[in-house]
Design a protein around this ligand. Structure first.
Ligand SMILES: Cc1ncc(COP(=O)(O)O)c(C=O)c1O
Length: 505
């Protein structure tokens, strides 16, 4: 029997619960193919004895695997492996080696389509509002207005409220950073933080090194600042290729580098600590500033939050950006920028751009961080996202063409899918719109409009009713919506691919 104490290796000190560790190991055995679809799992009682863990631990582990769509229970018979996912990872990217100016008109078109009423937003980057702690945030916001009736309506603390900056400084300790609150500038979301950071360290016409594919919002920022983008090869697992970055630094005048360090958008890649440190050393050598966007760092499925690149910065060259948009509320528009060398410059630019960030959202987020149960909320959100990611992968491998490659992120909010080379994702995009389904076509993630055979899907839409039993009854239609949308998308992709294959062979 493969599931025994040696194979499960339960580490009592791990940040994950015991049942999560048991579930993780069984999941690995399924994904490796050691356990095959149809295989019967040991009974709850047997596994409890084999692993010397409680019956309820085994039951919770099995329930988690059921939530993730990996196993199924047959009445009077037991638990069985439901799915195996055979798909491979997408290839590392191989973008053009020339820097180019950026045109994002196609991004605006995709944005406009997201406003179609009742569309299933698999292409958007927003979490379901049911997964956000809106009741607590609203309660805290009312309290802020009651207790600060005047300050909320004045010009106050241009760089950001002291209480919020203190809370952010405390949060940064988890990312391995020791930062004093006076180095933190509060911004209108991470988008503004990246915008101000880029403005502080570049001039129009400069070249900026970026991951490829990269978040389309960054491309819009580069375009509006008249900057050129140099796309660099990026792997779905390890992120940006440092070897290619070094070659590019030797070859071209690069003004800055922008990286989404943890669970990037769209690839979901996460750099190891070793590579984070190597990257900082490389940038020290060439004296280049780094803009780090760590907006997804808190959404790790691994138990512990990964370190930021900023944690390895000894020369104050990393401008660190993040926000609460992916964890608490995109609408509050609360983000932050940690700057050392460029602090005065970014503060000045913030005042010129929009003076300050509104006080009420700042104090609301500060109160949530201080005593709103942020860690508890994150634990639940991560668990839900991981379950939804697994379920989405299982569903895709059931409905999509077998040639599909897809990522297996360890955090964040997105899956990246790669179809065979001649597949036209814009055709799939249009066909899906007819069924009121939005996807994010690969071309919007690259200034050279590469990735015409790829797409990004959002697993942050509430799907699994099992993920929150308390809300079960109101969610079933939503769950069906995502499953049906994936089913339709898969059928459309199958039909389209069949036409492509007929044409080329
Ligand atoms: C990598 C990345 N950076 C920044 C943003 C924008 O964040 P915010 O809404 O906090 O401005 C997003 C939103 O999707 C993102 O994916």
């Amino acid at each position: 029997m493969v599931i025994n104490q040696e194979t499960v290796l339960v580490a009592k000190s791990s940040a994950k619960h015991l049942y999560e560790q048991v579930a993780d190991r069984i999941r690995e055995l399924i994904l490796q193919g050691t356990l095959q679809p149809g295989d019967r799992l040991p009974s709850v009682r047997k596994l409890h004895q084999q692993l010397s863990v409680s019956i309820s631990t085994v039951m919770e582990a099995y329930r988690l695997l059921e939530d993730r769509g990996l196993i199924t229970v047959r009445p009077q018979s037991g638990y069985y492996v439901k799915a195996s996912i055979k798909s491979q990872e997408p290839h590392s990217s191989d973008p053009p080696q020339q820097a180019s100016s950026v045109d994002t008109s196609i991004v605006s078109r995709v944005y406009a389509d997201l406003d179609i009423p009742d569309i299933v937003k698999l292409g958007a980057g927003v979490p379901s509002s049911q997964l956000l702690p809106l009741a607590t945030l609203n309660r805290l916001m009312s309290k802020v207005i009651r207790t600060h009736p005047q300050i909320s309506h004045t010009y106050h603390a241009f760089g950001g409220c002291e209480s919020l900056r203190q809370e952010i400084a405390k949060k940064l300790i988890d990312a391995g950073c020791s930062i004093s609150a006076d180095r933190i500038l509060v911004t209108n979301g991470a988008a503004e933080a990246v915008y101000l950071a880029l403005q502080a360290v570049t001039q129009p016409g400069d070249i900026v090194a970026i991951e490829s594919p990269c978040y389309y919002g960054l491309l819009q920022t580069l375009e509006s600042l008249h900057l050129k983008a140099l796309e660099l090869p990026t792997s779905p697992r390890e992120g940006l290729s440092l070897e290619h970055l070094e070659t590019a630094l030797d070859r071209s005048e690069i003004a800055a580098c922008v990286i989404v360090s943890n669970f990037s958008n769209p690839l979901g890649s996460c750099m190891s600590d070793r590579r984070k440190q190597d990257l900082v050393e490389l940038l020290n050598k060439y004296d280049i500033p780094l803009i780090e966007d760590d907006i997804y760092g808190d959404l790790s499925f691994l138990g512990n939050r990964p370190k930021a690149i900023k944690a390895f910065d000894t020369q104050g060259r990393v401008l660190y950006c993040s926000s609460v948009s992916k964890t608490l509320s995109p609408g509050l528009r609360v983000g932050w920028l940690v700057a050392e060398r460029n602090l005065m410059e970014v503060k000045k630019l913030k005042i010129v751009t929009n003076v300050m960030t509104s006080i009420v959202p700042q104090l609301t987020v500060a109160a949530f961080f201080a005593n709103g149960g942020y860690e508890r909320h994150l634990r639940k959100l991560r668990r839900t996202y991981q379950a939804q990611m697994e379920k989405m992968r299982v569903t895709i491998s059931n409905y999509f063409p077998p040639q599909i490659r897809m990522t297996q992120p360890q955090g964040g909010q997105f899956l990246w899918l790669e179809l065979p080379k001649n597949f036209d994702v814009l055709e799939l995009y249009q066909a899906a719109l007819e069924y009121k389904i939005s996807i994010a076509p690969g071309v919007i993630f690259s200034p050279s409009q590469s990735y015409g055979n790829c797409l990004r899907l959002n697993f942050g839409l509430l799907w699994s009713e099992e993920s929150d039993r308390a809300e079960r009854s109101s969610l079933s239609s939503n769950r069906d919506k995502v499953e049906i949308a994936l089913n339709i998308l898969g059928a459309l992709a199958q039909q389209q691919l069949a036409r492509v294959l007929l044409k080329y062979y």
